[in-house]
Design a protein around this ligand. Structure first.
Ligand SMILES: C[S@@+](CC[C@H](N)C(=O)[O-])C[C@H]1O[C@@H](n2cnc3c(N)ncnc32)[C@H](O)[C@@H]1O
Length: 374
């Protein structure tokens, strides 16, 4: 990207003339349930595709049976397809979430460091956009570490609603945030954000302010990313804002290093999927017979993570047998990289208007403020 383009990356809403309407995506009805008493539990499970039954999130962080059956169904379906795959959301059990936190501290893994710095610099400006009495809703909140930078400045925030598929990540984050910001209501929701999210009705009259950092949007293919952003717009309601982080296209060597670090932490994170299947589904994957791989798909502008079978082998999962050829791959994660304009086009298709975008000096990462189209 040219210097002129880099400079124009941090610009105001008036610079963005393009406004595109969301195509007629099907409206989804809200379902799931919520609890209003924090005394009853630490977080709630918001019904997703695994069923609308709300369940308490175990304080021990043990996976509950509903999560297990969801993993089992997805794994068996994924291993039965001609191109074997496992959805990336299953990377984040307790062990996977802990490994991800380790990844965020690696020298090669620039996204967390860079996005954190952008947020640190812009926290005051972001806080100024948040209406008094608003509710901050974070999608894929993980450890909520970056969120603290915003919460420090959002003095008149009514509540914080972190949403994540990982019960342990939610519990740890809730404990830390509640201790640090005792006056703030923290109401975690354990849910798959790709499913409609039911925000507690007590917040229905309050402005909702969305936060989706970590470039988690990059884990979805563009068509699914548009559907997710449109679903978030419906969840957050009219006039909502969404602050979203998106990783940018860059030197391929730098990208590959971020997803295949020298210490093998990302490899352990990826292989944990198989370890999780052994723990939860009585599978018999031999971890030393698979290896982590990260490649860059230039045409689609994305990193693809795979687990590669090192030899011909059979694996049992939940009473089923799966054959692997030597060299056969299980796809485990996409991580799409964007140009600023391409990301704005995507957001526009989902009914979001770009208001501000910030990048770092090296143009590695972007943080966008989007406003819901009327
Ligand atoms: C790349 S990490 C980002 C974590 C944190 N937001 C950050 O910026 O460091 C992705 C987070 O999204 C969560 N996640 C992934 N897929 C999800 C899904 N389908 N629904 C809910 N949470 C999901 C993971 O558990 C994890 O905490």
């Amino acid at each position: 990207m040219s210097e002129a383009n880099k400079k124009s990356a941090a610009r105001r809403s008036s610079d963005f003339s393009r406004e595109r309407r969301v195509p007629s995506l099907p409206e989804q009805s809200f379902f799931g349930a919520w609890f209003t008493s924090d005394r009853e539990r630490d977080s709630i499970r918001n019904g997703g595709h695994s069923g609308s039954r709300p369940t308490f999130c175990s304080s021990s962080g043990r996976a509950d049976p509903a999560a297990g059956s969801d993993f089992s169904e997805a794994l068996i379906a994924g291993l039965s397809a001609p191109q074997k795959s496992i959805p990336s959301r299953f990377l984040y059990d307790a062990a996977g979430s802990a490994l991800f936190e380790k990844i965020t501290t690696l020298p090669e893994y620039y996204p967390t460091r860079t996005e954190t710095e952008i947020l640190r610099h812009q926290a005051e400006e972001i806080a100024a956009i948040v209406p008094d009495g608003a509710v901050l809703v974070e999608f894929g909140s993980g450890s909520s570490t970056k969120t603290e930078l915003l919460l420090e400045r959002m003095e008149n925030l009514h509540a914080y609603v972190p949403i994540d598929i990982s019960a342990t990540a939610l519990q740890d984050a809730k404990a830390r945030i509640a201790e640090r910001f005792p006056a703030l209501r923290v109401m975690p929701i354990e849910a798959d954000f790709a499913q409609p999210i039911a925000i507690p009705p007590e917040f229905s009259t309050r402005p909702l302010f969305g936060f989706f950092p970590g470039s988690t949007i990059g884990n979805l293919r563009p068509v699914d990313a548009v559907a997710l952003l449109a679903s978030m717009r419906r969840t957050l309601g009219p006039d909502a804002h969404l602050i979203i982080g998106a990783d940018l296209k860059k030197n391929v060597r730098r990208l590959l290093a971020a997803y295949d670090d020298a210490d093998g932490v990302t490899a352990a994170f990826n292989l944990n999927l198989l370890a999780r299947a052994n723990r939860e589904l009585d599978a018999n994957f031999k971890l030393d017979q698979f290896k982590h791989s990260a490649t860059y798909d230039m045409r689609n502008g994305r990193i693809d993570m795979h687990l590669v079978s090192l030899r011909e082998q059979w694996v049992d999962v939940g009473g089923r047998r799966f054959h692997f050829d030597a060299g056969e791959q299980i796809h485990t994660e996409h991580s799409h990289k964007y140009e600023i304009d391409g990301f704005h086009t995507l957001a526009g298709e989902a009914g979001w208007r770009p208001q501000v975008v910030w990048t770092d000096a090296e143009h590695l990462f972007s943080v966008h403020v989007l406003v819901a189209d009327a």
